[in-house]
Design a binder for this molecule. Structure first.
Ligand SMILES: NC(=O)c1ccc[n+]([C@@H]2O[C@H](COP(=O)([O-])OP(=O)(O)OC[C@H]3O[C@@H](n4cnc5c(N)ncnc54)[C@H](OP(=O)(O)O)[C@@H]3O)[C@@H](O)[C@H]2O)c1
Length: 248
């Protein structure tokens, strides 16, 4: 049975490791190709966009894919929408393998917004020292709020950072410890953290650090998910995949 895993996440990598060794599974991992040094894949992989819904449908047909798991990031809304459309049109089983959103706990000072431009406005008129951890692609939205100083952290050098007049860039890949996040934020005299509600453990320490330091958090909430079967546990998505094996 040929399984396509749409990846680019910790979840996709965990699933890729899990499917190794099942004789009846022929898995392939698909990456967008955004990260310069992606984690090594334990299964065959392909890189790059499919070319929209039609390109994805052609790929699924040409490669005789039987089952698709969308394990893309919760903010990769376009890829998820394309997967939902293509699988519906081709009548292929599709499941989402994702992580729960972060939820505030007592002591948190979160302000929820729905996109980056709302996040930039929510920083306010008065100049603040901002820790910006929203990835590299949407930094340009903060050019609309040039009064602030931005400490920008990304995995790869972002092209859009130049749009921010007053900024400092740190290149780093999680996981991060709460202790290190407190030291970083304290050292940079950070007053507000901006983050996407990505969920997961690898980058959650910044939230604990913000709580400890009494710092405001502008939380960019997730786009609405596709209405497809969703799993948050590796064992559950694995059972679902194995349940699609053809009868012997
Ligand atoms: N957005 C985030 O915050 C974030 C964070 C961490 C990791 N990622 C990962 O980075 C990748 C790109 O994210 P994005 O937000 O730019 O996605 P997106 O906006 O949903 O997708 C844009 C386009 O990139 C291509 N693409 C995305 N994921 C792909 C995959 N796994 N395999 C092949 N093509 C893919 C597709 O191109 P075509 O239309 O040509 O098929 C898609 O239409 C995803 O794999 C995602 O899991 C994203």
């Amino acid at each position: 049975m040929r399984l396509l895993i749409l990846g680019g996440t910790t979840e996709a990598n965990a699933l890729a490791r899990q499917v190794v060794g099942w004789a009846e599974l022929e898995p392939i991992l698909s990456l967008a190709g955004r990260t310069q040094n992606p984690a090594e894949s334990p299964i065959p992989f392909r890189t790059g966009g499919f070319g929209g819904v039609d390109g994805l449908k052609a790929y699924l047909t040409d490669n005789k894919i039987d089952v698709v798991v969308d394990a893309t990031h919760p903010f990769a809304a376009q890829m998820s929408a394309h997967a939902a459309d293509a699988c519906r049109d081709l009548n292929l089983p599709l499941a989402l393998f994702t992580r729960a959103a972060w939820r505030p706990v007592p002591g948190d000072r979160w302000f929820s917004v729905s996109d980056m431009s709302e996040a930039a406005s929510a920083l306010g008129i008065k100049a603040r020292r901002v820790f910006l951890t929203v990835g590299g692609l949407q930094l340009a939205a903060f050019a609309a709020a040039p009064q602030h100083h931005y400490l920008v952290r990304t995995i790869d050098p972002p092209q859009a950072a130049a749009a921010l007049s007053d900024h400092k860039l740190i290149l780093a890949r999680g996981p991060f410890s709460a202790e290190d996040e407190v030291a970083l934020m304290r050292g940079a005299r950070i007053e507000v953290l901006v983050t996407k509600n990505s969920g997961g453990k690898a980058t959650a320490a910044k939230l604990a650090a913000a709580r400890q330091l009494g710092i405001d958090v502008i939380m960019v909430e997730r786009p609405k998910p596709e209405e497809v079967l969703a799993f948050e546990k590796l064992d559950d998505v694995m059972s679902w995949i194995l349940g699609h094996r053809p009868a012997p």
